[in-house]
Design a protein around this ligand. Sequence first.
Ligand SMILES: NC(=O)c1ccc[n+]([C@@H]2O[C@H](COP(=O)([O-])OP(=O)(O)OC[C@H]3O[C@@H](n4cnc5c(N)ncnc54)[C@H](OP(=O)(O)O)[C@@H]3O)[C@@H](O)[C@H]2O)c1
Length: 308
Amino acid sequence: MPVRALVVDPSAPTAVRLAEVPDPVAGPGQVLVGVSHVSLNYGDLNDARSGRVPVGAVLGSDAAGVVVQAAGDGTGPAVGTRVVALTSGAFAERVAINVHALAETPKGLEPAHAVALPVAGLAALRSLRAAGLGPGKRVLITGASGGVGRFAVQLAARAGAHVIASVGSAIRAAGLAEAGADEVLIGLEGLRRPVDVVIDSVGGPQLVVAWNLLAPGGSVQSVGWTSGEPAVFPPYTTVGPAKSLTSFVIEGEVGADLAVLADLAAEGAVAVEIGWQGSWERFDEAAEALRGRRVAGKAVLEVAGEGR
Ligand SMILES: NC(=O)c1ccc[n+]([C@@H]2O[C@H](COP(=O)([O-])OP(=O)(O)OC[C@H]3O[C@@H](n4cnc5c(N)ncnc54)[C@H](OP(=O)(O)O)[C@@H]3O)[C@@H](O)[C@H]2O)c1
């Protein structure tokens, strides 16, 4: 029986449309999940147009729902377990998911909140870890109003860092001080004291400014590039005491880190802010809001499938 899914279609206004696709078949070490919620990431919007997800293929990375078929090899959760996962082709009513790519959704955590965690939460958690986070470090987070940014602000604050959140406009600063930011800036002007860590999702000229603010021994994690603009480093900017600019991507098995994030969210230690929620039939609206920088935190789509 076919299932409904959001697939890439370059002729559609947002290059994505609802369609029917073949029922997924679980391979070894995979469960079948009936999806109730998916979350839209900035990267999905890029993937729909870049060719990274081929025409006709299912878009998406973040899914939450219920296991409807356990893995044939006996690994992973049982039928009926609520799970959240990072997987390709997430935006479908039913998805085959590797057991190492998911975590159980703890009691007390709504699937609409759990589904916000995989891409954005893992990028924040792992980029901060890669940068060498520690108490008292000065951590600059650009694009702090977005999905990755809001989780990064909270996780850095929990680790005892001095958190500087940078946003594009005053309205985008809402909620960031409450989330743990010690300073909230519009852009980077006015920031004079060096920082030890930069989690950068904006790229372009801001990345150059952030690099110049980085203290010796510091680390810039290049997580994203929402500005779409080139970064031009003036001559000799990269010559001097050792510091690093490191490319970042989520790779390898994610289940354990996803479980950490889900537990933090269930305990209320990390708040999940949902700036847009609605039926996946309103995908275009959600995509326009995200691209238009009108979503504070995450955009969550409700899937009308068996996982609900
Ligand atoms: N490497 C990885 O594994 C990984 C994982 C997750 C995400 N990412 C990337 O990280 C970036 C952020 O992802 P996200 O899901 O957090 O996106 P998001 O929720 O849409 O947030 C993006 C933030 O970037 C800022 N922004 C958007 N357009 C901008 C522009 N033209 N100039 C300056 N700032 C702009 C916005 O802040 P203001 O409106 O306040 O300016 C917005 O809050 C994306 O590039 C995404 O592809 C990478």
